[in-house]
Structures are given as structure tokens and as C-alpha cells.
Design a protein around this ligand. Structure first.
Ligand SMILES: NC(=O)c1ccc[n+]([C@@H]2O[C@H](COP(=O)([O-])OP(=O)(O)OC[C@H]3O[C@@H](n4cnc5c(N)ncnc54)[C@H](OP(=O)(O)O)[C@@H]3O)[C@@H](O)[C@H]2O)c1
Length: 289
């Protein structure tokens, strides 16, 4: 292994607050980048030497992964960049493509817009001709999100609804992406068109959704959930490889650059996890060369 980021899901898994638990002892790490050095019986010899992304158990020097849990990285993509491409950009891509048939110029709403998923949503939507209204905790983040292609950025407080309506100017979005929960999700859903969909894929505030009865009775809003793991387990291999083709193509054009705030050697993984809990960007475990 070369390197691996620490994602919120890794922290949740370690805390025992994830969607499924694992038998101990176990190796954490939802994603990372390494190089194939040896093969199991019957595997095509062309894999030796290839740079790959691994699915799970990434925080270690070396290990065995089944062939369907590695993805070959195209030549020219740096390991640090590739290491953050297996979880968050595919999630952003699927959130934007699986829940609404968006037309050019349509608005998409999202909170946690400063997250890696949020940034990828902005970059993909910008490329596809969809507009994003991005809700953030810190007003200071607006400039960097606009540089990625964000069309509008508003702050997540009790005035958010009014500020967002000013920006939307009568447009009524049909898709909202929620990774926070609680009041933040309620405010986001409040901006949706009748029959619109709010997709919950994260719960950074750890607060439950609060759905007013009127959102269901009078506006027939749809509340969905998304989990990449479930999608990957069910998707046929050609859909998975086509998804990663799109992600690598966009990464090669400069999208999904990791926002690394700190690096730690694997031997200092406990300090790395502590730093990751403070937030502010990704912590990268530097494993080998
Ligand atoms: N369902 C799936 O398949 C799937 C896949 C990938 C990710 N996810 C989820 O998506 C979310 C984002 O993941 P990521 O790796 O993109 O995150 P990240 O890059 O580590 O960023 C974390 C984000 O959460 C915000 N945040 C942190 N604590 C918060 C709190 N208490 N209240 C409100 N906002 C808070 C941060 O805002 P600041 O920038 O202001 O600190 C930042 O926007 C996580 O919940 C993750 O588990 C789900």
C-alpha cells in the first residue's frame, strides 16, 4: 500500500456506529491505493505491477484482496489523488444520477458542501450543466467552493431558507442531498418542489431527520437513502467499471483533488485518527513507497 485517507465512515466503523459491524480483529480503512506485487492462482499475470484502489481493510502495508475488490488505476494518476477516488466521488456521481432525471440548468441542493462528497457533487454537476446550491457551516468556505464551480453558497442557519429562495428566484429544485440530518435536512427539504426527493447519505450531526407532516401530506416529498456499499454489492461488473471510468476521466481533468490537512505514517495511526476527528479536511496515512 502507498497511502490511504481517513474518512468519516472509518471513524464510525471504529466507534461501532456504522451500518454493519465486522468481526475482530480487523483492519480499518474504506479505501486506499497500492501496487499489485503478487497474485493468487489463475489471475491474469498482467495485474502484477499495476497501481490499484482497494475496497476495505486499507490501513496496512500489504494484504490479499479478491479481484472484484480492486480497481486498476489509469497510468498518470498519482497515488495520493487515486487514494481518495473509490468512495466519495462515486457516491457523488450516483447521488446525482440515480434519484432524479436532471435537465440542463436544473438546481441541485446539498448540505455538507465542503465535504469530499460535496465537492465532488459540485464538480460533477458543473460538468453536466446542473446548478448547485450549496449549504455550508462556514461562510468563509464560499470562495473555494465557487472556484470548484458552485453556483451559489448559503450558510446553514435559520435564515438559510430565505437566502436560498433569493438565489433560486422562483426555480424549484427536485433533488436535495443530505449528509447532516436534524434541522439542516429539514431546511433543505423545505426548498424542494412538490414530489421532490431528499436523499440522505450521511449524518454528520448525528441528529435524526425531522420531517414535518405537511411535507408528506401537502407536498408529497420523497425521502430516500443511499449507501455505496449496497450499490456496489448489487451492481453488475460492467456498471461498476463504467462508473470508475467516469470518475478516472474527471480526475484526469483535475477533479476530486484531495484536501489533505495532515499526513501521518501508519505507525502513528492513533494520532492520525485523533486528528481526523477534528475535521477540516482529509488526514492521509502515508504507508509505503
Ligand atoms: N452513504 C454512502 O455511501 C456514503 C459514501 C461516502 C460518504 N458518506 C458520508 O458522507 C459524509 C461526508 O463524507 P466525506 O468523506 O465527504 O466528509 P469529509 O470530507 O470528511 O467532510 C466532513 C463534512 O462534514 C461537515 N461536518 C463535520 N461535523 C459536522 C457537524 N457536527 N455538523 C454539520 N456538519 C459537520 C464538515 O463541515 P466543515 O467543512 O464545516 O467542517 C464537512 O463538510 C459522511 O457522513 C460520510 O459518512 C456516505
Amino acid at each position: 500500500m502507498f497511502c490511504a485517507p481517513i474518512n468519516p465512515a472509518d471513524l464510525n466503523m471504529i466507534e461501532g456506529k456504522y451500518g454493519e459491524s465486522r468481526d475482530l480483529p480487523d483492519v480499518p480503512g474504506s479505501e486506499g491505493c497500492g501496487r499489485v506485487v503478487d497474485l493468487g492462482a489463475g489471475v491474469d499475470g498482467a495485474w502484477v505491477g499495476r497501481k490499484v484502489l482497494v475496497d476495505g481493510q486499507a490501513w496496512r502495508q500489504s494484504g490479499n484482496w479478491p479481484l472484484d475488490r480492486v480497481v486498476a488505476v489509469p497510468d498518470g494518476l498519482a497515488a495520493d489523488h487515486a487514494a481518495v477516488l473509490r468512495v466519495n466521488p462515486p457516491t457523488a456521481w450516483l447521488l446525482l444520477h440515480q434519484f432524479a432525471a436532471l435537465r440542463p440548468g436544473d438546481w441541485v441542493l446539498q448540505n455538507a458542501a465542503t465535504s469530499a462528497v460535496g465537492r465532488a457533487v459540485i464538480e460533477i454537476a458543473h460538468q453536466r450543466g446542473w446548478k448547485t446550491l450549496n449549504v455550508v457551516r462556514r461562510a468563509a468556505a464560499a470562495e473555494e467552493l465557487r472556484a470548484l464551480g458552485a453556483d451559489a453558497v448559503v450558510v446553514d442557519d435559520e435564515d438559510m431558507g430565505a437566502a436560498a429562495k433569493d438565489v433560486l428566484g422562483g426555480a424549484v429544485p427536485r433533488l436535495a442531498l443530505n449528509a447532516i440530518g436534524g434541522e439542516s435536512a429539514t431546511r433543505l427539504a423545505g426548498l424542494l418542489a412538490s414530489g421532490g426527493t431528499l436523499v440522505t447519505y450521511g449524518a454528520m450531526s448525528k441528529e435524526a431527520l425531522k420531517i414535518p407532516n405537511s411535507f408528506l401530506i401537502f407536498r408529497d416529498l420523497v425521502f430516500r437513502g443511499f449507501w455505496l456499499t449496497r450499490w456496489l454489492r448489487a451492481a453488475p461488473p460492467d456498471q461498476v467499471s463504467s462508473l470508475f471510468d467516469q470518475i478516472f476521466r474527471l480526475a484526469a481533468s483535475g477533479c476530486f483533488a484531495p484536501r489533505v490537512v495532515a499526513e501521518f505514517p501508519l505507525a502513528e495511526v492513533a494520532a492520525a485518527v485523533t486528528r481526523a476527528e477534528e475535521g477540516g479536511g482529509k488526514v492521509l496515512l502515508r504507508i509505503g513507497g
